[in-house]
Structures are given as C-alpha cells and as structure tokens.
Design a protein around this ligand. Sequence first.
Ligand code: NDP
Length: 331
Amino acid sequence: NRQIRLAARPAGDVKPQDWEHVTEPAEAPGEGRFAGRTRFISLDPAMRGWLDDRPSYLPPVGLGEVMRAGSVIEVTESNHPGYRPGDHVVGTFGVQEYVVSDGKGALKVDPSLAPLSTYLGALGMPGMTAYFGLLDVGALKEGETVVVSGAAGAVGTMVGQIAKVKGCRVIGIAGGADKCALLTEELGFDAAIDYRAEDVRKALRTHAPDGIDVYFDNVGGDILDAALTRLAMHARVVICGAISQYNNETAVQGPSNYLTLLVRRARMEGFVVFDYAPRFAEAARELAGWIATGRIKVKEHVVKGALDEFPETLQMLFRGENIGKLVLELT
Ligand code: NDP
C-alpha cells in the first residue's frame, strides 16, 4: 500500500522533503470493515493548515502519519453489511492507494448520478462550503451585490453561481485574464477583477458603485482589505479562508480597514463547513437540481497520475494553477 506521510513540519511553502513516500503491506479488512482502492483524492488549501502544530478546528496531522485527505474509493472486499465490492465511497481516507475502513464518517455515492470527482467538489465539501457560507452565514437576499475572491476556484465558482441563481449581481476576483474570462463568459458572473493586473479597490468602485452587500472571502490579505473599503450598509463579510496567508512565516496580515464594519453597521463572521454536516444531504439535493438544469456549471481540474504526484499537485493551489476543483485521479 503506497502512502504519503508527513515527514517534517513545513516552514513557509511545503517542500518535497516535508513528505515521506512509503510502501506498506496492505491490511486485510477485519470483521465489520471493508477495503477499497483509492480513485480520486481531493486537494484542499486547508491541508496547509493541518501541517502546522497549532490549535485549529481539527488536530494537526502528526509527524509520520498518513496525510489527511478526502477521497473517493472503490470497495474491493467487504466484511461490512452496508458495503459491497464495486461500491463507491467518499470519506476522509488519507493519501494512500488502499484503504481499510469501518465506514464511520463515510458516505456511499452513485457514479450514475454524477462523476465520482464531483462528490469531492460541487456536491462535496467545497459545494457545501459555498452553499452554507453564502446562504446561511452570508444571509444572502435576492438582488444584492456579492463579491467573491478566489472566484475561479472550487468554492468560488460555486459561490458566484449560487448567487446568480438567487438573482444577485456577482463580481468575482481571480488571478489572470483566462480565469476572469471564464467567470464572465461561461459562469454568468456580471464582472471579474484580475487582482494580478488591476487595482482591486478601484475596480470594486467601478463594478460595485452602490457597495458590497456580501463579501465572501477565500483569500484574506490585501484583497480583504480592499473589499472592506466598499461595504454597503449592513453588509456581511464571510470569512471562509485566507489562502494568501497560509504559507506565511510571519503573523497573518489582519485587515487594517475593519472600522468600515462600524461605519456601515456590517458584520464579519467565520465558519467551518463541518458544522453543517446534518444539512449536507439537503444542500446536495438542491445543488444537484441546479446542476441538472444547467443553472450551475461544474468546473473541475483533474490531474491524472500516481499517488507520488500528490505533493506537487497540492502546490498547484498555492500557485493558482487550478481552475475549479482540483483532484488527483489515480491511474
Ligand atoms: P481553490 O480551488 O480556490 O484553489 C485555491 C486558489 O486560491 C488558487 O487557484 C488561486 O487562484 C488562489 N490563490 C492562491 N494563492 C493566492 C494568493 N496569494 N492570493 C490570492 N489568491 C490566491 O481552493 P478551494 O476552493 O478549495 O478553497 C478556497 C478557500 O476556501 C480556501 O481559503 C480554503 O481554505 C477555504 N475553505 C474553507 C472552508 C471552511 O469550512 N471555512 C472549507 C473549504 C475551503 P488565483 O489564480 O485566482 O490566485
């Protein structure tokens, strides 16, 4: 069983030597357990945070432990009454080729309803993050102006499209002309701002002249600061993530413009998607409906390769090389 384990706690960017590639004998599934072969592994910005030894919403990955990751596996052998060979299961099974599980926290998925990778993206954790972050935490109302950063990514593409379904004006912030063109030409965003080439603050003034009602922040740093200057009265700032800060070796850059929250009677609130687990099925049904009717387009970036390509694939997120949900398909 090929596995990727954490060898050292990274300082700054994750380096190849922070990982250990090992081959272990494959374990047989005991009573009440099933075994399966990994098909798709999810790459998530949050993984960077799990490598640091500091308190968070989940314990850090231990040194020498198999890297934590969501994945879709295909059951090959089962001593569990709920699973049969050929079943596909999504769960937090780690970066390894072969998995043994008792089924806790796992969910059977149907490849005839959606491609397997989509259960890690639009119908999985990023889809849930967009849905609950925007509708629950952001308390979005029809006709409002929404700005989302990291807009061409897994969460961002979903946030913008859900906001369009809800009849909002949507502005996406992303890196590069290609990503911006995707947002406005394919995904129905009203405007896109290329933060690498444009002054974000000025562009927000142009595209959101009446201010921002919901700012969904995936990136933090300077872009958060720019968005804070443009809040409308009673705006909601949703703190989903801060990828621009995850590789910092110094303290996280805080917003210097937070007093607009006072002036605009606005609020800023963070959330962790796992808290919404009891409502995932309800959200997945609604999202699947919008996907089926073409109101939401699923964007996925599938890298095909061996398990050993995990470390390099993860770095694509921090270089902005993915469009939509990044997954590694084991071939
Ligand atoms: P994405 O698919 O959006 O991939 C990451 C993207 O971030 C890259 O493609 C890149 O796009 C952008 N990026 C990278 N570095 C920077 C930078 N320095 N400044 C600005 N943008 C940068 O990832 P996800 O959709 O999976 O995750 C998006 C965010 O949501 C992350 O912050 C993640 O931690 C968070 N998240 C939070 C959850 C929660 O429960 N709170 C759950 C899931 C995700 P570009 O080319 O545009 O720069």
